[in-house]
Design a protein around this ligand. Structure first.
Ligand code: ADP
Ligand code: MG
Length: 251
């Protein structure tokens, strides 16, 4: 796996000139496993989309080195995914390889085998012909992880992969993330469960539009930083719903 780092250089991203991500600089090192944490509206999804190349910076830049976008896997927040389309499980997984399959070429025997292996890896053997609309949210998230396995990307971006997902699926998919990390891929995940971050993610970016702290997880998730993130959020949102940022470090 050729490792790839992602650098942010004074990155600002706006919606109608209002900044959602403000002057963030830093680096996701090649092969690192990083959680992005922050209150609702902190700009986490905006940052992930900008790294994925689907949003353009208003100022500053994202430096992906020589990483091709086909080597970047992106899993959007569940709310942004339409699963009403009539696709079955195995075709959804094969879409992970669409850039190498192409619009008019068929699926090779090798690709069919890889899709099968990916379904086994996520515990969905036998689900090949099920329509994605008929799956539970946990099963559907397993399909999307199988699609990422199929894509074999060197950088993987996950936006709230475990929100509204059952505990068993969360544990199984966390293991895949650990495996990706072990294989030297660069993995960045937006998460809400602070204890999960402390346990499984060596690095954290805590943000509230700006970066509040970025580095070693134990240092970043210090109570003082969490309090700062919460205070900053109060300035820009009256309707921010409570999240695990209220959980402070055990003293
Ligand atoms: P998070 O993922 O941390 O909850 P987002 O990146 O989704 O935060 O949103 C950051 C801010 O940008 C919020 O104030 C949100 O309302 C705003 N925002 C997000 N998407 C859009 C959009 N498409 N158009 C206008 N404003 C948006
Ligand atoms: Mg979001």
């Amino acid at each position: 796996m050729s490792a790839a780092s992602i650098s942010l250089d004074d990155l600002t991203v706006t919606y109608e000139r209002r900044p959602a991500v403000h002057h963030i600089s830093g680096c996701f090192d090649a092969g690192s496993l990083t959680a992005i944490v922050g209150p609702n509206g902190a700009g986490k999804s905006t940052l992930i989309k900008t790294i994925a190349g689907t949003l353009k910076p208003a100022a500053g830049r994202v430096d992906r080195g020589n990483l091709a976008l086909r080597n970047l896997g992106y899993l959007p927040q569940a709310a942004e995914i339409d699963r009403s389309f009539p696709l079955n499980v195995v075709d959804t997984v094969l879409m992970g390889a669409w850039r190498s399959i192409g619009a008019f070429r068929g699926v090779s025997r090798e690709q069919a085998r890889q899709a099968q292996e990916a379904l086994i890896a996520v515990g969905l053997e036998g689900f090949e012909d099920r329509s994605v609309g008929s799956l539970s949210s946990g099963q559907f998230q397993r399909v999307l992880f199988a699609r990422l396995l199929m894509q074999n990307a060197s950088v993987i971006l996950l936006d709230e992969p475990f929100t509204a997902i059952d505990a068993r699926t969360t544990q199984d998919l966390l293991k895949l993330i650990r495996d990706w990390h072990g294989q030297g891929r660069t993995v960045i995940a937006v998460l809400h469960d602070i204890e999960q971050v402390r346990k499984h993610f060596p690095n954290t970016l805590l943000m509230a539009r700006e970066a509040i702290a970025w580095g070693d997880t134990a240092t970043v998730l210090h109570a003082d930083n969490l309090r700062r993130a919460r205070n900053m959020a109060e300035y820009w949102s009256d309707d921010a719903t409570a999240c695990d940022l209220n959980e402070e470090q055990p003293s």
